[in-house]
Design a protein around this ligand. Structure first.
Ligand code: GRF
Length: 404
């Protein structure tokens, strides 16, 4: 369950809708804390009545915005928050908060964006005489209600509807849309590609693993336990399974591979997920002069210039350890990835030959490596080395590494 931090400033009717959703069985999020920038906000009382830790974090005069946000980030992190939901929070977020939860801050806005951003959206819509009105859940970026749209709800506005009734009708839609969109976001069903949200649905055979992996992803904890010992497993880069984790702005599933994996134990792997870089995570870039050394000891920075090398190398070690423990025989890795790719890695925009850190570690452990570039070879390998044994539960795998 993804721990959510809700930021409020006032009444809290959307907060109430989120609380109600979180109480329903199977909800993929829980509300870890509520923070208001207004001391007397009714939303705080609502949270406390629901037994949720609730705090005021006020911006005092003279305090710089980044200092104010640092305090807020500390408070949210202290409660394990992974995703932030704004629910009537009346402040524009700055880079300090946004970079602490990259691509993980959502907002509800009472208009069909991009129409009527900013304050008094309902009044603006009414004054414009709109025939359709509604609300939008979007990711928050540095602009005013400009981040990628996750979902919208709309309705036809009856003639002569007064502004108060329009407001109430929009609010009803907000209360339905926000909790459901947040739930879909936490289930990783909404994938941002090139700044636009796409609905993502994993293929049925991979769904249980996908869910476990996503939970680990948002919780920043371990991925699913390795396959049962004694069974040959295949490790597959999460990007190739279509998991929303992206080093280059794109998650590209490999459908042929997914089809072939339907009958197998699969261990989804992604060093960036384990390193806690989030979804959608920032682009990362190797910094080194092109050459083999780049692949061996790259300095890896995220798009904000933060050095994430240690976190990634640490995560690579953990992935490699799980793969060994699971008796993984082969790994299918995303080719062009700074952290895991095998054949080429981008380096200051260039592509240089050489294994990425994960490929290096897995290769050292004797695990066969395939990428998008030699996927056909990988599928043949699966056919020859894995599938012939799958009919006989007692058969030892040709490599002697385990039983199917
Ligand atoms: C809602 O209209 C929401 O769309 C906007 O602020 C209002 C908050 O209302 N962002 P409430 O505090 O959730 O009742």
């Amino acid at each position: 369950m993804t721990p959510i931090g809700v930021l409020v400033s006032g009444r809290g009717s959307n907060l109430a809708a989120l609380i109600a959703r979180a109480r329903r069985p199977g909800c993929p999020f829980r509300i870890a804390c509520v923070v208001s920038d207004q001391p007397g906000a009714p939303a705080l009382e609502l949270a406390r009545e629901a037994g949720i830790p609730a705090f005021t974090h006020e911006k005092l005069p003279g305090v710089k915005k980044h200092r104010f946000e640092e305090g807020l980030v500390d408070l949210l992190r202290a409660h394990g928050v992974r995703v932030v939901a704004l629910a009537g929070y009346m402040r524009i977020l700055g880079p300090t908060l946004l970079s602490a939860f990259p691509g993980r801050v959502l907002n509800i806005h009472p208009s069909l964006l991009p129409a009527f951003p900013g304050l008094h959206a309902q009044e603006q819509a009414h004054a414009a005489g709109v025939r359709y009105a509604g609300c939008t859940v979007h990711l928050v970026d540095a602009g005013m209600d400009t981040g990628p749209i996750l979902d919208q709800a709309c309705f036809r506005v009856p003639p002569d509807l007064d502004v108060g009734s329009l407001l109430a009708r929009i609010l009803e839609h907000e209360h339905r849309l926000y909790p459901e969109t947040l739930a879909r976001f936490c289930r990783h069903e909404l994938l941002i590609v090139d700044g636009r949200a796409r609905t993502f649905s994993p293929p049925a055979p991979l769904r249980p693993l996908w869910e476990a992996f996503c939970t680990a992803h948002h919780a920043g904890t371990a991925p699913p336990s390795p396959a049962a010992p004694g069974r040959p497993a295949v490790a597959v880069s999460a990007c190739l399974l279509g998991f929303p984790c992206r080093y280059d702005g794109q998650s590209r599933a490999a459908p042929g591979l997914i089809g072939a994996l339907g009958r197998l134990d699969v261990l989804p792997v992604c060093p960036e997920v384990l390193a806690g870089l989030g979804v959608p995570r920032p682009r990362i870039q190797l910094e080194n002069e092109p050459g083999p050394a780049c692949a061996r000891s790259p300095l890896i920075r995220d798009e904000h210039g933060t050095d994430v090398t240690d976190a990634l190398v640490d995560a690579v070690e953990r992935v490699a350890a799980w793969c060994r423990e699971a008796g993984v025989l082969a790994a299918f890795l995303k080719e062009n990835s700074p952290s895991c790719g095998t054949l080429r890695v981008p380096c200051r925009g260039a592509r240089v030959p050489g294994p990425g850190p994960l490929a290096q570690r897995l290769g050292d452990s004797g695990i066969r490596l395939f990428t998008e570039e030699n996927l056909e070879e990988g599928l043949d390998w699966l056919d020859k080395n894995i599938y012939p044994c799958s009919g006989d539960p007692g058969t030892t795998h040709p490599s002697g590494a385990g039983k199917i």
